[in-house]
Ligand binder design. Structure first.
Ligand SMILES: NC(=O)c1ccc[n+]([C@@H]2O[C@H](COP(=O)([O-])OP(=O)(O)OC[C@H]3O[C@@H](n4cnc5c(N)ncnc54)[C@H](OP(=O)(O)O)[C@@H]3O)[C@@H](O)[C@H]2O)c1
Length: 243
C-alpha cells in the first residue's frame, strides 16, 4: 500500500464486500476504519462530515449501499437516501479535502439488452437500485481523485436463494478473487471508471456450484421484476491496466 493512503475509511465494512476486503487486508488492519452503520450512518450529513473530519482519511473505499433489486424496489426512498444522498455526503467532504475516493458500483447500471458492456457503453438502468447507483456514480465522477469500479460478485460459501435464473447472464466474480484484483488498483493513482469482473455465465451455473440443490428458473416467469437479461461486463480496460 502506498503510505500516502493512510488512514483508510471503508464504508460497508460489515457487508459481503467489506468483510472480504478486511480479511484480505489483515496486514494493514490498523490503518483501516470500518465503522458499522450504527456508528457512521452516511445518510446523516452532519454526523458523516464530523466523523470524517475526526479520522481524516486519505483514501475512502465507499461500499456502503442498500443493495438488491427487489429490496430497493420495495424501499425506494431508503435506497435513494443511502445510495445517492449518502454518497453525496461523503463527496462533500472529499471535494474539500485531498482524498481519493473509490466507489463500488454495479453492472445493474446497464439494461441487459446486449451484454459484454464496456466502460464506453451508455448506462441505462431499469431498476431503482441501478438508477440510484448510476446517480451516485455521477456524483463521484465530478471529484478530482476518484475511481469507480463496476463489478458484480458472490460468496462461494452461500447461495442465498433456493432458485437461480438459467437465462440471466452476468460476469460475477467470487468476492475474494475480486478483492485480490481490487487491491492492485485502489492504492495506485489510477483514476476514472473501470470494470472488474469474472467470466460471463448464467446465474444458475454459479449457484449450482455453490449449492447443488438450487433449482433452475427462467426470467420468462418473472417479467415484472425488472431483471436485466445480460449484464456481463467487458474487462479489456482492466486487462490493459494489468500489462
Ligand atoms: N453484491 C453484489 O453482487 C454487488 C454487485 C455490484 C456492486 N455491489 C456494490 O458493492 C457494495 C457492497 O455490496 P455488498 O453486497 O457487500 O452489500 P451488503 O452485504 O448488503 O452490505 C451493505 C453494507 O452497507 C452498509 N450500509 C447500509 N446502509 C448504510 C448507512 N445508512 N450508513 C452506513 N452504512 C450503511 C451496511 O452496514 P451495516 O451492516 O453496519 O448496517 C453493510 O455493511 C455496494 O455498494 C453494492 O452496491 C454489490
Amino acid at each position: 500500500m502506498h503510505s500516502k493512503y493512510n488512514p483508510i475509511l471503508l464504508t460497508g465494512g460489515r457487508g459481503l464486500f467489506g468483510k472480504a476486503f478486511l480479511k484480505k487486508n489483515k496486514k494493514i488492519k490498523k490503518k483501516i476504519f470500518a465503522p458499522p452503520s450504527s456508528k457512521l450512518d452516511i445518510t446523516k450529513k452532519e454526523e458523516t462530515i464530523k466523523y470524517l473530519k475526526k479520522i481524516t482519511p486519505k483514501l475512502i473505499i465507499h461500499a456502503a449501499a442498500l443493495v438488491g433489486i427487489q429490496n430497493c424496489e420495495k424501499n425506494k426512498l431508503l435506497c435513494k437516501k443511502v445510495n445517492i444522498q449518502g454518497t453525496s455526503n461523503i463527496a462533500e467532504y472529499v471535494k474539500k479535502n485531498n482524498v481519493r475516493l473509490i466507489y463500488i458500483s454495479t453492472d445493474y447500471v446497464f439494461d441487459g439488452k446486449k451484454g459484454n458492456y464496456s466502460e464506453i457503453d451508455s448506462p441505462n438502468p431499469q431498476s431503482v437500485y441501478g438508477k440510484s447507483k448510476l446517480s451516485a456514480e455521477n456524483i463521484v465522477k465530478k471529484l478530482n481523485n476518484h475511481l469507480i469500479i463496476r463489478t458484480s460478485f458472490f460468496s462461494k460459501k452461500k447461495w442465498k436463494y433456493k432458485e437461480a435464473f438459467i437465462d440471466q447472464y452476468t460476469s460475477r466474480i467470487e468476492v475474494d478473487k475480486l478483492i485480490s484484483k481490487i487491491n492492485k488498483i485502489i492504492f495506485t493513482e489510477f483514476e476514472g471508471l473501470i470494470h472488474i469482473a469474472g467470466k460471463k455465465q448464467s446465474l444458475f451455473n454459479i449457484a449450482k456450484k455453490i449449492d447443488k440443490k438450487t433449482k433452475p428458473i427462467s426470467l420468462i416467469h418473472y417479467k415484472n421484476l425488472k431483471i436485466p437479461k445480460d449484464i456481463s461486463l467487458n474487462t479489456s480496460k482492466w486487462n490493459k491496466f494489468l500489462k
